[in-house]
Design a protein around this ligand. Sequence first.
Ligand code: 5GP
Ligand code: MN
Length: 317
Amino acid sequence: MEQVKIDGLAAGAQKICITGHIRPDGDCTGSCLGLRRYLLDGDVSRQVDVFLQPAPTVFSFLDGFDQIREYDGGRYDLCFVLDVSDPERIGENAACLKQADRVICIDHHVTNAGLIPETYVKPNAAATCELLFDLMDEEKISKKTAECLYLGLVHDTGIFRHSNATRHTMEAAGILMEKGIAHAKIISDTFLTKTYLQNQLLGRALVESILFCEGRCIVSMISGRTMEFYKAKHEDLEGIVDQLRVTKGVDCAIFMTEMEFRVYKVSLRSNEKVDVSRVAAYFGGGGHVRAAGCTLSGTFYDVVNNLSEQIAAQLDG
Ligand code: 5GP
Ligand code: MN
């Protein structure tokens, strides 16, 4: 693994595509655009296309953001799949994998089952962006690439607050800062600043939250009707589960979004005890020990009951 470098992996490839998971977050968007910029800086004659679902507009300052599109055909010498634990998480853009001579997955999810044969997975990396940083030549990282990678580090560590942030994460962030990026502005504009709508949804989710398991778990939900009422997008719910998680006494936080009638996208977070990647994987999802997700069907109470059974088994075990 140590010998592997992006320059070696991409050597000789002229047509390269990059994709990531559905509903791209900061790490997914940052890693795809950061790798794109790095590959183009290495060889301007290359074609490098990024196929993702629309990414949050707060990331639009990143180099290449306006080039992001959905896959609509074409063959590639090489396809990079980033921040993806399971090809099913790519969605419709996964069609590009079949049209590439070689597919390489770079990821940091503990639940990555290695379904893509050439997979580089490092579960103790805080972010896919950290892993990419390790695979890049430090001197060849431009300011534009650094902005992308820094964004991923910031978002997957909750601004270096989560337990996944290591000395190495901080050192990588420090090196990226020295590339001259507006690091404080990236944090403020993409992570801390909330729109009025986002704050209203956060407020609702907090007011309507329910404690259970003697206060060790908390759950809240935003219904499809509420989403429609506010004309909200999925990205407007970013950060709600993290606010639930910091409730005193709580170990495990659940935030559910109704995507279709009685179909919930479930976000799970924990502080110390519950391995939420196991809970999510039990229900067909995945993620990390302290942050994971899955999709479940049924009434709100069915879903909470099913989740709480798995969570309680760990809390009491
Ligand atoms: P979030 O709650 O922010 O959507 O996701 C937390 C973590 O769990 C992320 O690393 C994300 O990639 C992963 N994750 C979320 N939902 C799913 C899912 O349905 N399947 C898998 N395999 N991973 C998920
Ligand atoms: Mn990630």
